[in-house]
Design a protein around this ligand. Structure first.
Ligand code: BV8
Length: 235
């Protein structure tokens, strides 16, 4: 059987878990330490900007203490060796895909290492803190916020993602609970376009029944073996 030639991959917090980054919904995960409404919504930011800026400053600083794991590195190998079209979409705001060697990463929920100016709407690479209200590199106003997509905000590059889902022949979901939309709906989009759908996750997700195949286990084991399968036998 000739292998897939258009693959869309969606990753979530589970692919970074073994690198030491908290997932959102595991015990003691990010959302247990904070209410979503308080730290990941525009209303929460308006209500208490210091709480929100501090939450993201802490997560941005934590990036310096973690490293990519074999799952990130395997997807980078796939990007280099795969002869077909590959789109890697991540819900994660960490930079572990890039540090693991992936060159093309679509961060649909933004990135910790980027700041968005609420005055001129410029997005700037950012690795420092924001709680001290630094000036926007472009308009100099002290209006920088984390360049992440909060609940109620439009994820980035949705048109590009939906076009890829319409034409792909394989959709692979890695390390996500399928709890947040529109990402949780991608498997359905892919299925209705006739694609095969595969889930690699530690435990069944909310959308597991929508996948043709689900493999359960840690990403650092499942992803490298799946990538070898695709590169060796093209399935
Ligand atoms: C939008 C960035 C309009 C910030 C995040 C009712 C019905 C449907 C939708 C809604 C609704 N009410 C409200 C909505 C909309 C809302 C939503 O979906 N709410 C949910 C709670 C119901 N969505 C939005 O507001 C989105 N915007 O809808 O705009 C629109 C609609 C369509 C088209 C255009 C516009 C914006 C949502 C984005 C919010 N921002 N993150 C930040 O990071 O701080 S969400 C955040 O949580 C993540 O980005 C991720 O997307 C999401 C889910 O997290 P996961 O990555 O899945 O992580 P989680 O902890 O949940 O799960 C980890 C998984 O990994 C688990 O399954 C676990 O088993 C597994 N795992 C753990 N360890 C491992 C592992 N797997 C493998 N190996 C391991 N070692």
């Amino acid at each position: 059987m000739n292998g897939p030639n258009r693959i869309v991959i969606l990753t979530g917090a589970g692919i970074s878990a073994e690198s030491g980054i908290d997932t959102f919904r595991s015990a003691g995960g990010l959302w247990e330490q904070h209410r979503i409404e308080d730290v990941a919504t525009p209303e929460g930011f308006a209500r208490d900007p210091d709480l929100v800026l501090g939450f993201y400053d802490m997560r941005r600083a934590a990036l310096a203490t973690v490293t990519p794991n074999p799952a990130h590195e395997a997807l980078a190998r796939l990007e280099r060796a795969f002869s077909g079209e590959l789109l890697l979409v991540t819900q994660n705001v960490d930079d572990l895909h890039e540090r693991g060697g992936s060159a093309q990463v679509l961060h649909m929920h933004g990135e910790l290492n980027s700041a968005l100016c609420t005055c001129c709407e410029t997005r700037s690479p950012w690795r420092a803190t924001l709680i001290d209200r630094p000036p926007c590199p472009v308009c100099r106003a002290p209006g920088l916020r984390p360049d992440v997509v909060w609940f109620g905000e439009m994820p980035y590059q949705m048109g590009r993602i939906y076009r890829a889902l319409e034409t792909c022949d394989l959709f692979v979901s890695i390390g996500t609970s399928g709890a947040v939309y529109p990402a949780a709906g991608f498997v359905q989009e892919a299925r209705s376009s006739g694609a095969r759908t595969l889930e690699l996750n530690l435990e069944p997700s909310e959308g597991s029944r929508l996948f043709h195949e689900t493999r359960l286990g840690p990403a650092s084991q499942l992803v490298p073996s799946w990538v070898e399968e695709v590169l060796q036998t093209g399935i």
